[in-house]
Ligand binder design. Structure first.
Ligand code: 13P
Ligand code: SF4
Length: 325
């Protein structure tokens, strides 16, 4: 008989806020000294989320980056997110604690491959999920995130053919919700496709009656088992609305830190995969509090973009920010 991992269970946090560690206090001092703002994605580790000025999903982070006043933005997330900050706020110094923090979705769609697809059918309207490089954004008509993808796709006139890049799972979810036929790029998130129906069914059996939320990067078979499918930001609002005390969260498990802080009366269960008791993105987890501190001390690594690429990528990104208001 194979043995399967037991899902990780996170009970409510104690009422008093977690005390700051010495390293966290040093990071906050350095942040002030450097006139920096720290933006962190919901998947970042708990001690980074604890020192961030803002923790959110890709859409919220893009808005925060666009309106940032501090001279330095330290982006605790992955490379495409830090690039997005630089694209929308180019006069700022944008730092990323680990330059190698990439994304399997971004890797699946190179500008060369996208340019080749556009050359075959120049009439295609390219809707690019924000999880792509600046060079791919520069070749796209509009950007979207998991939080606004349906809204963005619905803005494209019905007679125009859409190529949705690079996440086929998100694209399929958007197509099913909007009824819009689209060509889908064959990319996927290596972390979210590790969730399986069988692993999720085991978590449901261990927590009878617990509602399930899943990220749209999960496969259709997993999404069909969920009570709600949404972006990481929307998961917070969803959790607040639930009457059940226990909720199953089918996304990268860093999300649970944010949920526990914002929805303190619930117990969260990290949906397992067939191999592990929760699921971490190896790229998101490259950032550590120590690396964040080093980045503030060293003033790097810094995001640099060729101006022609940045300016071309800004057009579809601004379009997204405007369309999703
Ligand atoms: P969100 O925009 O929903 O936070 O998703 C970003 C991401 O990379 C999910 O894997
Ligand atoms: Fe990319 Fe997946 Fe990691 Fe999100 S979780 S950053 S989509 S590899």
């Amino acid at each position: 008989m194979p043995t399967f991992p037991v899902p990780d269970v996170f009970p409510p946090l104690p009422a008093s806020p977690l005390p700051l560690s010495e390293l966290q206090r040093e990071v906050l001092e350095l942040k002030k000294k450097n006139d920096a703002i720290i933006l962190a994605h919901n998947y970042q580790c708990e001690d980074i989320q604890g020192v961030a000025d803002y923790v959110g999903d890709s859409l919220g982070l893009a808005y925060k980056a666009a309106e940032a006043k501090a001279s330095t933005i330290v982006f605790c997330g992955v490379h495409f997110m830090a690039e997005t900050a630089k694209i929308v706020n180019p006069s700022k110094r944008v730092l990323l604690p680990v330059l190698e923090a990439g994304c399997s979705l971004a890797d699946s769609c190179t500008p060369e491959k996208l340019a080749a697809a556009k050359a075959i059918n120049p009439a295609l309207k390219v809707v690019a999920y924000i999880n792509c490089s600046a060079a791919v954004k520069a070749l796209s008509d509009v950007i979207c995130t998991s939080g606004n993808a349906c809204k963005i796709v619905e803005r494209i006139p019905a007679d125009q053919e859409i190529l949705f890049v690079p996440d086929q799972n998100l694209g399929q979810w958007v197509a099913s919700r909007t009824g819009r036929r689209m060509q889908l790029w064959p990319g996927s998130c290596y972390a979210h496709v590790q969730f399986t129906p069988s692993a999720l069914l085991r978590a449901k059996a261990a927590h009878p009656g617990a509602p399930v939320v899943a990220h749209p990067e999960c496969t259709e078979a997993v999404r069909e088992l969920a009570d709600e499918v949404c972006s990481t930001e929307r998961m917070v609002a969803w959790a607040k609305q639930q009457t059940s005390k226990t909720l199953i969260v089918t996304t990268e498990s860093g999300m649970i830190h944010r949920l526990r802080r914002e929805v303190p009366d619930k117990t969260f269960v990290a949906a397992p995969t067939d191999r592990c008791s929760c699921n971490e993105c190896r790229y998101m987890k490259m950032n550590t509090l120590q690396k964040l501190r080093d980045c503030l001390v060293n003033g790097g690594p810094e995001i640099k973009l060729e101006e022609s690429v940045r300016a071309a990528a800004e057009i579809p990104l601004r379009r997204m920010l405007e369309w999703s208001r």
